[in-house]
Ligand binder design. Structure first.
Ligand SMILES: Nc1nc2c(c(=O)[nH]1)N[C@H]1C(S)=C(S)[C@@H](COP(=O)(O)OP(=O)(O)OC[C@H]3O[C@@H](n4cnc5c(=O)[nH]c(N)nc54)[C@H](O)[C@@H]3O)O[C@H]1N2
Ligand SMILES: Nc1nc2c(c(=O)[nH]1)N[C@H]1C(S)=C(S)[C@@H](COP(=O)(O)OP(=O)(O)OC[C@H]3O[C@@H](n4cnc5c(=O)[nH]c(N)nc54)[C@H](O)[C@@H]3O)O[C@H]1N2
Ligand code: SF4
Ligand SMILES: [Mo]
Length: 676
């Protein structure tokens, strides 16, 4: 038996360290690494299912070509044929249009390992191309925290154990960050109180001392309400004038514009509860707010997060051990990016399209139009909004290439499917956007079937391009995966990890040498060096300089219910762990009173619809959901329809400044309901 270090590369807070076991070259088990402080020897069921996934009969093992999009008539072809088709198309488009801009890449979070950025490197090596930029996930929050703190950085999540009060706000770690739960339970054992703020009684709410039901998109106002109480009760940090900027303007806003009565009416939280919670927050040290991604998926999402940050600063919780306002971090991602940046051959003005409006923006590109699309580590036909525009875009494309492990909604529309290796079959380098550990993923087995890694595919395409037209791509044509990953550890990353040589990372995961507590000495990375209640950067970017409340969108008569589609324990976005064991239909969770109003009982069929689309659902009345909200979790469903057919492309207020595109305000989705 042999043991190998692997890292779960999913878009998940935890980025777990895995020990895999092989016998005679066959993967036989995967377990959590007991020597990793965060993973602590445990994996979630999604990764524990990996052996089955690796050898699943549903896994695509060979390059395939589809005879007619959506036809399902896939035929096996050789890598040689696949690479020729791709390279010839790229070269003919370049010749026809005199530029490589008709070539588009849409890549995101199927695998967050650094070596998967090879696909971007390949495109950069070809020339100016059309790219998806931004994120469907966290943009508004990232920008808000960057405006407030200077960068977005959070304390080591292990530090949460020291908190005496933990507010889980718009986050559902019981499902989405399961390794944080034992830390929260430890804090509880040491006397901490846990309050969960959500729009419905989530799995995390069930594990908290108190649940506060907030009307969707109004959390920013609730935070301002708490701050108003702190102001009235003189529970504000006496040092504000030392390390913050703009607190006077903020206080003026609280004094003149925030009324607790109105705050209560809008947020749905009683005034007495607002007072009680604010006093608790002001008087308890350390107190930690964990602001999740759920609460910033709104048109006011950035302002909401800025209001939560401001509350933390106002009460003096920033920089305190076990306290602060936690969101996510990117400081352990300062890789050299050598892979993404091969030498540029020609004019490199990529055409950048917002990943959240990719299809619409691609359709509006006419000079030249987008003609070839490469989808890598993404499933936009499942995860994006505005699927009708996606259909239109697909019909105008000459070639669609998908590299993936399994067939997906997106590969259904593709011409070519390139089979990729799992993280048990290739080298990689992984960081977390939550904890501080960075590590190498080593191959445990040989590639299954004819699968190749994303990096190998990028080398192969470059090689074929250069064979057919020498000098047409500056991305390397071959290489060594291990050496490529070591090159990503430049001087800055070595310093962050406290390593002398890149090779030292091969010994096992390393924790970044940051102190446990973010902003410990209250020296911030903002232009002023202070925590910025008032942000000139925001003002310069035509955003609101202060964290004032901006209401979310309202339902209409035609679509009176807000539809929330949060993440589910059984999937990672469109990736499923229990392959084969799916619900037959989408399950609509709604308040029992609302079900009654529509004469619906458990198991009844209903339809929800709006101007984007319609979906048949099965009814599940449930306590803890407000009467104007409907919930469908992102579960895998056998039905042919797609949940996101109901979702448009509303954008968040923030994201452009830091990530190049505004985020996805997907919780601003409204639908109507009828019994079938
Ligand atoms: N309704 C609704 N829509 C949502 C969300 C929601 O909550 N509700 N959440 C949004 C959020 S937060 C996000 S982050 C996005 C995520 O959307 P995507 O980034 O599209 O994420 P996934 O569905 O995880 O992965 C996409 C594909 O990558 C493939 N993949 C896995 N490993 C690899 C690999 O090594 N290489 C390659 N090339 N492919 C690989 C997977 O099999 C999968 O088909 O969805 C967004 N869309
Ligand atoms: N099992 C599992 N784990 C995952 C994922 C997955 O799909 N499955 N996806 C990964 C990804 S890509 C991401 S982005 C993270 C997301 O993980 P989280 O940060 O936990 O975010 P969400 O699951 O989107 O939403 C969290 C909670 O916010 C609530 N919420 C929605 N709107 C509001 C609001 O206006 N106010 C308040 N207070 N709460 C609100 C939702 O009901 C939900 O319970 O999880 C990652 N981990
Ligand atoms: S999905 Fe998340 S919790 Fe599960 S093993 Fe992977 S990183 Fe860990
Ligand atoms: Mo996400």
């Amino acid at each position: 038996m042999e043991f190998h270090h692997n890292i779960c590369p999913r878009n998940c807070y935890d980025t777990c360290s895995i020990v895999s076991t092989t016998r005679n070259g066959v993967l036989i088990s995967v377990e959590g690494n007991p020597h990793h402080e965060y993973t602590s020897g445990k994996l979630c069921p999604k990764a524990l299912d990996d052996v089955k996934k690796v050898y699943s009969p549903q896994r695509v093992r060979y390059p395939m070509r589809q005879r007619g999009r959506y036809s399902g008539f896939w035929e096996r072809i050789s890598w040689d044929e696949a690479l020729n088709l791709i390279a010839e198309k790229i070269l003919s488009l370049k010749e026809e249009y005199g530029t490589s801009l008709p070539l588009a890449m849409n890549k995101y979070s199927g695998n967050f390992g650094i070596l998967h950025n090879a696909m971007e490197g390949l495109f950069t090596g070809i020339g100016a191309t059309t790219r998806a930029v931004g994120s469907p996930c966290w943009s508004a929050g990232v920008e808000a925290q960057t405006l407030d703190f200077g960068t977005f950085f959070c304390s080591d999540p292990l530090d949460m154990v020291k908190a005496k009060l933990i507010w889980l706000w718009g986050v559902n770690p019981a499902w989405t960050a399961v390794h944080q739960m034992p830390i929260i339970f430890d804090a509880i054992d040491h006397g901490a109180k846990v309050v969960c703020f959500d729009t419905h009684f989530s799995a995390t709410a069930a594990r908290s001392h108190q649940f506060i039901q907030v009307r969707p998109g109004t959390d920013g106002l609730l935070a301002l309400g708490f701050a108003k109480v702190l102001l009235e009760e003189n529970l504000i940090d006496p040092e504000l004038s030392v390390y913050t900027l703009g607190h006077k303007e903020y206080i003026h806003y609280l004094r003149t514009q925030i009324s607790l009565k109105k705050c209560s009416e809008i947020t749905g939280v009683p005034v007495s509860t607002i007072r009680e919670l604010a006093l608790e927050y002001g008087q308890t040290h350390p107190a930690c707010i964990w602001a999740g991604f759920g609460l910033q998926r709104y048109t006011n999402g950035g302002q909401t997060l800025r209001s939560l940050d401001a509350l933390g600063a106002f009460a003096g919780h920033l920089g305190e051990q076990g306290g602060g306002v936690q969101y996510a971090q990117f400081e352990t991602w300062r890789f050299s990016e050598a892979l993404q940046n091969p030498p540029h051959p020609i004019d490199q003005r990529d055409r950048l399209l917002n990943i959240n409006r990719f299809s619409e923006e691609a359709l509006s590109c006419t000079d030249p139009p987008v003609k070839m699309l490469w989808i890598s580590g993404r499933n936009p036909l499942s995860q994006d909004g505005n699927l009708q525009q996606w259909k239109k875009l697909i019909s105008q494309l000459d070639l669609i290439v998908v590299n993936d492990l399994f067939h997906t909604k997106s590969s259904g529309a593709a011409d070519l499917f390139l089979p990729i290796t799992t993280h048990y079959e290739h080298w990689d380098l992984n960081s977390s956007y939550w904890h501080y550990w960075v590590g190498v993923n080593e191959p445990a087995i040989s590639p299954v079937g004819k699968a190749r890694s994303d990096l190998q595919i990028a080398w192969d395409v470059s090689s074929r391009l250069n064979n057919l037209a020498p000098g047409s791509c500056t991305f390397p044509t071959s290489g060594n995966e291990k050496e490529t990953l070591l090159r990503e550890l430049g001087p800055q990353m070595l310093d962050i990890l406290g390593l002398k040589k890149p090779e030292e990372i091969l010994n096992g995961p390393v924790r970044a040498k940051f102190p446990c507590t973010a902003w410990e000495n209250r020296a911030f990375a903002t232009p002023s060096g202070h925590y910025e209640f008032f942000s000139s950067q925001a003002a310069n970017a035509h955003l609101l300089p202060l964290p004032i409340f901006v209401p979310p969108l309202n339902p209409s008569i035609d679509a009176p219910f807000r539809l929330l589609t949060p993440h589910h324990h059984s999937t990672i976005n469109s990736q499923v762990y229990a392959l084969g064991a799916h619900n037959a239909d989408f399950v609509l969770h709604l308040a029992p009173e609302l079900a009654q109003r529509y004469d619906l009982v458990v198991g009844d069929r209903a339809q929800i619809w709006n101007e984007s689309g319609q979906l048949e659902v099965v009814i599940q009345p449930e306590l803890g959901i407000s009467i104007d909200v409907l919930i469908i979790f992102q579960e895998k469903v056998e039905a042919n329809s797609t949940l996101n057919c109901l979702i448009g492309t509303p954008l968040t207020d923030m994201g452009y400044l830091i990530l190049g595109a505004r985020g996805f305000a997907l919780n601003e989705t409204f639908v109507n309901l009828r019994k079938l």
